[in-house]
Design a protein around this ligand. Structure first.
Ligand code: HMG
Ligand code: MG
Length: 307
């Protein structure tokens, strides 16, 4: 069941940068997106059309989308919590819009200020409009493996939201471990359950690496036949509404894993580690990618890094 080829969705420009306190210049965001698409990322989550009061870092989404050099065949995705966001996304010529809900009531309230049921009602017109406009629609489900407020999240709650997002017509659905608490066993249980109600080839794993489990969880998800993974270059990010959550698994680490398994990604790892270095310098933080740091040290000094 293990796939021979996977799609990696780069979420660094959105999920990664949204959490940065210091405003990252629009030109830096544009260069990041451009370099990622040139390195072979087929799908780059590039911006959010959300309230700038809630997430100030994403306030320049329209300028980012207007400034990027679109690589033919690349899908540029944006987050759209409501019709206002969708209209902005359409104007910005996004290829894919992302509606984002949660499997936990408490997190839904904190993140998008409404209940799960209210969020689905809010997504309905967005989904309908996306279909009418011929824009791809993705649904993201936070707290699928645990919640910072509620703790354990029943598998049935995740399945329930997957079914609701399927009914909305989502082309792809993300099973997100917002706070990185998931283990390989839980990952398999949840993915096995949701695969029964939604085609597994259109499910994706979105794992934050807070507990250092993300690579193991991706390996577990591969055993469940999952073919789409989200990752953030240099392991950028966190979540503004999930205290203590760190970034997504680093794209460099995922590509290194896939290369080792002989699974095709279409991504140039050498270019990727340079991009990780570029964005880490731009935001003044060390890269969180273990593979990225090791490979960069080897490349620059011709030697393995000291431990
Ligand atoms: P609300 O306050 O309930 O909504 O927020 P509202 O309709 O009353 O609007 C409040 C203000 O926001 C108004 O402005 C609206 O015009 C404005 P005011 O009148 O006060 O000046 N507004 C907007 N502005 C720009 N674009 C829009 C928009 N909508 C309203 N689209 C709302 C509800 C959903 C808007 C708010 O809660 C919000 O923007 N939340 C964003 C949360 C967010 O972006 N979180 C991070 C992304 S999700 C994530 O990271 C998880 C994920 O990675 C998966 C995982 O790891 O779990 C995907
Ligand atoms: Mg996330």
């Amino acid at each position: 069941m293990t796939p021979t080829k996977v799609k990696i969705v780069e979420v660094g420009p959105r999920d990664g940068l949204q959490n940065e306190k210091e405003f990252v210049a629009t030109e830096t965001k544009i260069e990041l997106v451009n370099r990622l698409s040139q390195a072979g990322l087929q799908n780059v989550e590039s911006a959010s059309f959300v309230s700038p009061k809630w997430v100030p870092q994403m306030a320049d989404g329209a300028a980012v989308m207007a400034g990027i050099a679109r690589r033919p065949g690349t899908i540029y995705s944006v987050l759209t919590p409501n019709m206002r966001g969708f209209e902005d996304a359409l104007e910005a010529k996004a290829d894919e819009v992302v509606i984002f809900g949660a499997a936990s009531e408490a997190f839904s309230q904190k993140n998008i200020n409404c209940s799960i049921a209210e969020s689905i009602a809010r997504f309905e017109p967005v989904a309908k409009a996306a279909k009418e406009a011929g824009v791809r629609l993705r649904g993201s489900i936070s707290c699928s493996l645990g919640c910072p407020y509620q703790g354990e999240v029943p598998v049935a709650s995740v399945v329930d939201v997957v079914e609701r997002m399927k009914a909305l017509g989502c082309d792809e659905i993300d099973i997100a471990d917002t706070i990185g608490v998931g283990t390989a066993k839980r990952t398999r249980e949840v993915l096995a359950a949701v695969s029964k109600v939604f085609p597994r080839e259109r499910l994706s794993g979105h794992f934050h690496d807070t507990y250092g489990q993300a690579v193991a969880n991706i390996y577990a998800a591969l055993q469940e036949g999952i073919e789409i993974y989200h990752a953030s270059v240099a392991g950028l990010g966190g979540c503004p509404y999930a205290k203590g959550a760190t970034g997504n698994v680093a794209t460099e680490d995922v590509v290194y894993l896939m290369n080792g398994l002989g699974i095709e990604t279409g991504i140039d790892l050498d270019q990727l580690i340079e991009i990780g270095d570029f964005i880490s310098r731009a935001i003044g933080k060390p890269s969180s990618s273990r593979a990225g740091r090791a490979l960069l040290a080897k490349k620059r000094d011709g030697a393995a890094p000291c431990v």
